[in-house]
Design a protein around this ligand. Structure first.
Ligand code: GRF
Length: 217
């Protein structure tokens, strides 16, 4: 099996990066992480990558005069590492249109809501404020607009009556850690592709079960 060469972009904790590292240890996983880059030099995720003996780079956006210059440096480092697929995992910078175009349909992001609802920051607080009873997470191909692009996979997570933004974040994060490896497997194995801004080919069980939250009595 030929494994796709994956680069991961992070800015912080790196728990989703860890989930991807763990998945890549599986013998039948169709991807390997060949480079982890953080725009924040002290990001905890860099230590996780180092512990897994994965090459790391800190490319501090503050060292660049423009967003374009930063993205050019990012692109150069990814190309030098022969990265084929790119995964944003808690990467807190918006990319330039040129960068997005260069990585089009080879670039994933994870967001802690059921997109297209609740794009942007402070997701969980806004979910609770809105009173929705089902939230979740989404892995999607990256487009220029923040948290938008063809959806590869989603997981639903119930919002409980006494949830705070923090308690909901913990429950959604557990789902993220299962969803991202699943989505990367679908993309890296070639099981899915993008057609007309929609992802096609996802192998779905033809199970008609509906998810109710609160559950039916
Ligand atoms: C996750 O909730 C992810 O969905 C969002 O930022 C958070 C990153 O967490 N984009 P971690 O760094 O992967 O632990």
């Amino acid at each position: 099996m030929i494994r796709k060469r994956v680069g991961v972009l992070i800015s912080g904790r790196g728990s989703n990066l860890q989930a991807l590292i763990d998945a890549c240890r599986l013998r039948d996983f169709p991807a390997e992480i060949v480079m982890v880059i953080s725009n924040v030099p002290q990001a905890q995720g860099l230590l996780r990558a180092e512990a897994a003996l994965i090459p790391t780079l800190a490319i501090n956006h503050k060292d660049f005069s423009s967003r374009e210059a930063f993205d050019v440096a990012l692109d150069k480092a990814l190309n030098e590492a022969h990265v084929e697929l790119l995964c944003n995992a808690g990467f807190m910078r918006l990319h330039t249109a040129g960068f997005v175009e260069r990585w089009r349909d080879r670039h994933l992001n994870i967001h802690p809501s059921l997109l297209p609802a609740f794009r942007g920051l402070d997701t969980h607080a806004r979910v609770i404020e809105a009173g929705v009873t089902i939230s979740g997470c989404t892995v999607h191909f990256v487009r220029s607009e923040m948290d938008s692009g063809p959806i590869v996979a989603q997981a639903a997570v119930p919002v409980l009556g006494d949830d705070t933004a923090d308690s909901l974040a913990i429950r959604v994060l557990e789902a993220e850690h299962r969803l991202y490896p699943h989505a990367l497997r679908l993309v890296a194995s070639g099981a899915v592709s993008v057609e007309g801004e929609r992802v096609i080919g996802t192998a779905v069980e033809k199970d008609q079960a509906l998810l109710f939250w609160p559950p039916l009595p």
